[in-house]
Design a protein around this ligand. Structure first.
Ligand SMILES: [Zn+2]
Ligand SMILES: [Zn+2]
Length: 190
């Protein structure tokens, strides 16, 4: 299943005339429709239906696309490696310009006329899969944690310390505590 939005359909439903209208688009995609290979690279998994709502406005050969994408993503905690979910509800405002052949007009082409993020379309269509993927990546936390207070895994035995304790010796890093520890040990041995 392709996630292309055909720009040639824009305004068709308006009932003719040569003035193109804005197009309001609402789509829902199921998690299974997202290309797993793309998603794996970014280490997220789409785990809920994705609701995409957007308005497409034609402006000469460019298109202004504003909307929101809403879903839930599953990530892996950077400390305990457990899966956890984050909600995504991301507004976006993008500007699509025709994709130019690399080097065709020189690399100096300046497209940032305003603050809009510029993307490219080709074959008269916008790749919505790519659009949503970019929004997901932007929504990902720098450091994914299941909880701010996640205790992570025991470095010795790998026990998830959020779920239980292990019998590994605690880390005695303070030399005074280390001395105390050896005292306790001697005590026990006697
Ligand atoms: Zn965690
Ligand atoms: Zn342990």
């Amino acid at each position: 299943m392709t996630m292309q939005f055909d720009l040639r359909q824009l305004g068709r439903r308006g009932g003719g005339g040569d003035s193109l209208r804005d197009e309001h688009v609402e789509k829902t995609y199921q998690p299974g429709e997202f290309d797993p290979s793309i998603v794996e690279d970014e280490e997220y998994k789409v785990v809920a239906p994705v609701h995409l709502v957007m308005d497409v406005h034609k402006d000469k050969d460019a298109y202004r696309v504003t909307g929101t994408v809403r879903t839930r993503l599953q990530l892996e905690c950077g400390r305990c490696l457990e899966a956890f979910e984050i909600p995504v509800d991301s507004p976006f405002e993008l500007r699509y310009v025709p994709e130019v052949e690399a080097g065709a007009e020189g690399d100096e082409r300046e497209v940032t006329e305003d603050d809009l993020t510029t993307s490219y379309y080709k074959d008269e269509s916008i790749d919505l899969g790519e659009l949503m993927h970019e929004q997901f990546v932007l929504a990902l936390p720098m450091k994914p944690l299941c909880a701010e207070a996640c205790k992570g895994l025991c470095v010795h035995c790998g026990t998830n310390l959020n779920k239980g304790t292990c019998d590994c010796a605690p880390q005695w890093t303070d030399p005074r505590l280390a001395a105390l520890k050896s005292l306790i040990k001697t005590d026990r041995e006697n």
